[in-house]
Design a protein around this ligand. Structure first.
Ligand code: ADP
Ligand code: MG
Length: 504
């Protein structure tokens, strides 16, 4: 496999009133496992179901109910760990994180603090072709989601919907290796892409199935490098955590606001207080939500209802053997196999469905580069106009491959190909048949082109004189011939014949 090498992007520097500052960001991403049943009960995880219709006695924390672990969820977390090249811990355990919340009937969340299922991994965060940052993943643990309190349905009452209670989340914790707002968004984008390739989380941020807590601090240039070498957090500034972000744009805006807020505090001689903050997109500011709790505030302890989770290496190996080709490998293969630019390969592999579609076109057309051009420029452009996804494309890979083949064999010109594409897009049909039926085939018969050129030269003596004095004007004749042939003449042949006949 081709190994693409990367330069590290520069960290974002913000100039304060006194001096320069750099950003340091660490993310805790909560990804909902794509499972039909919850982590410790058989209740459904269906999104948008009637409130409180997907709640088992376990989820409602009825006395005496016992959690039973869902093997499928564990498998998805292991798959995710392997996809992030992480260490899988064959022995892990569940802890209770105690706190009160109206939508948490147990009075605690089952999580994994001391012994997470997945240890250290990594994510290559792409910035632009040839530039990427390797962000280290510290751990991935499994935990339950809480329910939802609804405050805006009634003026006097609040409601609680427990459908989400007990749904399996993977918390993916990064090291503070992210160095700017764009990198933070790119990190979430890449993580989401990998999860979707693996099929372990659908990545739907709008539904809250993927959301990020963003930890932000600022430091003087050079401090991060000291941390990186020593793992000593004392080199870094105090961080604030911005909770529950589910939009790439807001993640960037919140980080930028928060960094500037901290810089203003530090430059005026104050101290940043470690706390949890909320981002308000309407005002574009972060607001204090609560001071940061320490682990002991939650009185974590091993959940006595659950045995430690022991899994076998053979099972892990089997899951690993069945991993799909992941984005980095696919991108590198597209560059190598089809001769694509890294940029085009990134666009095509951003989404698995796009990548699959492209590969089918490339195979059918026998030309990966031309196929990539048509998929990216024509098809994606056209789909975007109507806000359609690739799954909704009215043009099938086989149809697009046929169009590309017609161009490749010089049967139609590039211009006619665009018309043909539009016909296939709006009316459907077999491209080859359409070309024959509507007489779109390019005229490569030089006799016919010569006749057309002769006719136009004879009818326009003044233009001939001008073109002979200034060869740049020969283009006018080419245009006339194209017009006369309804755009079907092979432009290359027309050019040659015009040049020859004018004696240029
Ligand atoms: P907690 O459990 O209290 O949330 P963690 O040690 O698990 O604390 O860290 C949570 C997140 O904060 C991690 O993603 C980590 O990378 C990030 N983080 C830690 N220190 C800093 C810092 N100084 N600046 C930015 N992010 C940080
Ligand atoms: Mg945390």
């Amino acid at each position: 496999m081709l190994d693409l090498t990367y330069d590290a992007p520069k960290p974002k520097v913000i100039a304060g009133a006194r001096h320069d500052w750099e950003l340091v960001i660490g993310m805790e991403v909560h990804a909902q496992v794509a499972s039909n049943a919850k982590l410790f009960s058989g209740a459904s995880t269906q999104f948008g179901a009637e409130p409180n219709s997907c709640v088992s006695f376990v989820d409602a924390a009825m006395p005496g109910m016992l959690p039973v672990i869902n093997e499928f969820c564990v498998e998805q977390a292991v798959r995710t760990g392997l996809g992030l090249k992480a260490k899988i811990n064959l022995w892990s355990a569940f802890d209770r994180k105690n706190y009160f919340y109206p939508d948490l009937p147990q009075g605690y969340q089952i999580s994994q603090l001391y012994h997470p299922l997945v240890g250290e991994g990594e994510i290559l965060v792409d910035m632009e072709p040839g530039v990427a940052r390797l962000v280290r993943v510290e751990r991935i643990h499994m935990e339950q989601d809480a329910g939802k309190s609804i405050h805006d349905m009634d003026p006097a009452m609040s409601f609680v919907d427990l459908n989400r209670t007990g749904v399996c989340l993977m918390e993916i914790v990064s090291r503070p290796d992210i160095r700017g707002p764009e990198e933070a968004a790119a990190y979430v984008t890449k993580l989401r892409q990998i999860l979707r390739y693996l099929g372990t989380c659908d990545g739907n941020m709008q539904n809250g199935n993927l959301r990020a807590d963003v930890n932000v601090s600022v430091c003087r240039p050079g401090q991060y490098e000291k941390y990186q070498d020593s793992q000593d957090f004392a080199h870094l500034g105090t961080r604030c955590e911005i909770k529950n972000m589910n939009s790439m744009r807001f993640i960037q805006m919140a980080i930028d606001y928060e960094a500037r807020r901290q810089i203003a505090i530090l430059e005026s001689g104050g101290e940043v207080v470690q706390e949890t903050r909320l981002y308000d997109p309407d005002k574009n500011e972060t607001r204090s939500m609560r001071s940061k709790e320490e682990a002991h505030d939650y009185r974590y302890f091993p959940d006595p209802d659950l045995l430690p989770l022991e899994i076998e290496q053979a099972w892990v190996d089997e899951i690993e053997a069945n991993l799909p080709e992941l984005p980095d490998a696919k991108k590198a293969r597209f560059v190598l196999e089809f001769g694509l630019s890294e940029y085009d390969a990134s666009v095509l592999t951003a989404d698995l469905a796009n990548a699959r579609y492209f590969e089918q076109v490339a195979a059918g057309a026998g030309d990966g580069k031309l196929a990539a051009n048509w998929v990216i420029n024509e098809l994606f452009g056209r789909l975007k106009k109507e806000d359609h996804s690739i799954e909704e494309s009215p043009v099938s890979p086989a149809q697009l491959a046929a169009i590309v083949r017609l161009i490749k064999s010089d049967a139609i010109s590039g211009k006619i190909a665009k018309d043909l594409f539009e016909i296939v897009y709006t009316e459907g049909g077999d491209p080859e048949q359409i070309v024959e039926e509507r007489g779109l085939r390019q005229v490569t018969d030089t006799g016919a082109i010569e006749a057309a050129v002769d006719e136009i030269i004879a009818a326009n003596p003044a233009q001939v004189e001008k073109a002979q004095a200034n060869p740049k004007l020969a283009g006018w004749f080419v245009g006339q011939v194209m017009k006369a042939t309804g755009g079907k003449a092979n432009p290359k042949a027309v050019n040659q014949i015009v040049t020859a006949k004018l004696g240029l």
